[in-house]
Each structure stands twice: as C-alpha cells, then as structure tokens.
Design a protein around this ligand. Structure first.
Ligand code: ADP
Length: 250
C-alpha cells in the first residue's frame, strides 16, 4: 500500500474536496491520493450541511482510500480518521481534545474538526472511500453562525500554522491509524474510547432519521457502533445519528 499522501493534488478553489476526490477515485487514482484546497465554495458536512471553508484559514483535504473491508466494517475508517486528527491536535499542538461520536473533534467542547467519510459500494464490496477532513486552523474569530459551537487551533493554542504543514503532520498519523484500522481494529477502538469522553457513562440524546432516543453511553461495539443503555436498561447499538449531551445529567 503506498504511503498516504505520496501524491498530493493542490487546488486553489474547489466546490468540495470530497467531490474532486470522488472524480479521481472513479478514474482509478491510487490509494493515498490526497486532494488539498485553499478554499471550498460548497464544503459539506453530513446530511448536506454546510462546512465553512474560508481561504487559507483551515485545512480542507480529502484522502482516497481503497480498504479491503466489507461495507459493514467501514465505520472503523471513520473512527480512525477522528483518532488521527485528535492525536495530531493533542500531541503536536498540546490541545486538550475530545471526540463526539462518531467523528467530530472538539476542543474546549467546541468543534474544531469535521470529518466526512463517503464510501462507494458496488456488488457488496467497497470500491473506494473518500475521507474529507476540515480542520479550523487560523480563524481569529469564527463566523457568526457557528460562533457558539466552533473553535480554531489559533483560538485554542494561539498558534498560526499553514494548512500544508498541518496536513503533513496529520498524514503521518493518518497513515499509521489507517493501517491499524485494517490490521487490528481493536487498537483503534481502544484509542477512540480513550480519547472520547462520550464513550462511556455520558447521558445523551441520539437523533437519527425518524427517532430520538435517550440513554447512557457504554462504549463501542467491535464494528464502531455506539452502545447505548436505554433508561429501561435495554442495550442498543447506534449505527448512525446525531449525539447531543443531555443537560442536567452526566
Ligand atoms: P460532520 O458530522 O460530518 O462533521 P456536520 O454535519 O456536523 O458534519 O457539520 C456541519 C455542521 O457543522 C454545520 O451544520 C454547522 O453547524 C457546523 N459547521 C460548519 N462549518 C463549520 C466549521 N468550519 N467549524 C465548525 N463547525 C462548522
């Protein structure tokens, strides 16, 4: 497997690095190809939500992966991506970080990084996975719409870093975590649980397409689902959904 980032394709402005990466993946670009943009005009989060991507102020990058995993095993890629970003922020920049399941990286309880993993599945097999990473780096103040919920590396650590330099540090960790995810999934699950205060004992509400449920988190399943103990005592595996903390409880 080539080292992740052995090819980096640089763009000034793109709609979304994930869209550009998807086009390359469809044309056969090898695993590890990275698309890096200075800005995105239509950066996306999950469910088509917008990701604010001002020029030069954040990392906007997408990595093409071709993992030998079954589609139902692909959640480990999502968790490994979050671990890679969280470790980079913690170990290279001494930030105190947290991960909100499955892959929002937080600093001071505010979102500093969003990750969007999009997999193409054909005939029951993964064709490719595009992992988009948006990290807020140099914003001195967050846009009005997300001021209450988001932060940047500069706001947290008082340091300015060029997106390309952050990418270099991230790719070293990403490469390692990705290999670990494919070889010994358990290591990533354990690391994720150690980095996330959401992993265990948190009273949360989970909203998915058609329901809202409440309970207490009880760690991850082997496949990266979140185990939730409902108030009735029943255990549920959460595969998808939006986690929020229940206020007044811990
Ligand atoms: P994901 O869960 O895949 O990270 P989300 O859908 O949670 O994606 O991300 C989009 C949401 O994040 C938006 O609805 C907005 O509230 C918030 N958001 C948008 N841009 C940023 C940003 N640069 N930093 C932090 N939060 C952001």
């Amino acid at each position: 497997m080539p080292r992740l980032g052995s090819a980096i394709l640089r763009y000034e402005t793109v709609n979304s690095t994930n869209d550009v990466a998807r086009d390359y993946a469809l044309k056969g670009a090898p695993e590890g190809t990275v698309i890096l943009a200075e800005q995105q005009t239509a950066g996306r989060g999950r469910l088509g939500r917008k990701w604010e991507s001002p020029a030069g102020e954040g990392l906007y990058a997408s990595i093409i992966l071709r993992p030998h995993l079954k589609p139902f095993e692909s959640a480990i890629i999502t968790l490994a991506s979050a671990v890679a970003v969280a470790e980079t922020l913690a170990l290279d920049f001494e930030l105190v970080v947290d991960i909100k399941w499955p892959n929002d990286v937080l600093a001071s309880g505010l979102k500093i990084c969003g990750i969007l993993v999009e997999a193409a599945i054909e005939g029951g097999a993964i064709q490719y996975v595009v992992t988009g990473v948006g990290v807020n780096l140099n914003q001195r103040e967050m846009p009005e719409a997300i001021r209450e919920t988001a932060t940047s590396l500069f706001l947290e650590a008082g340091r300015h870093i060029a997106p390309e330099d952050f990418l270099k540090l991230l790719l070293v960790r990403f490469d390692h975590k990705y290999r670990a995810a494919l070889e010994t999934r358990d290591e990533i699950l354990r690391e994720w649980e150690n980095l996330s205060t959401y992993a265990r004992g948190r009273a949360v509400t989970i909203t998915s397409f058609d329901e809202t449920i409440t309970g207490t988190t009880r760690g991850l399943t082997r496949h990266g689902g979140l185990i939730l103990e409902l108030d009735s005592g029943e255990l549920r595996e959460i595969i998808t959904g939006e986690v929020s903390l229940r206020t007044g409880a811990s």
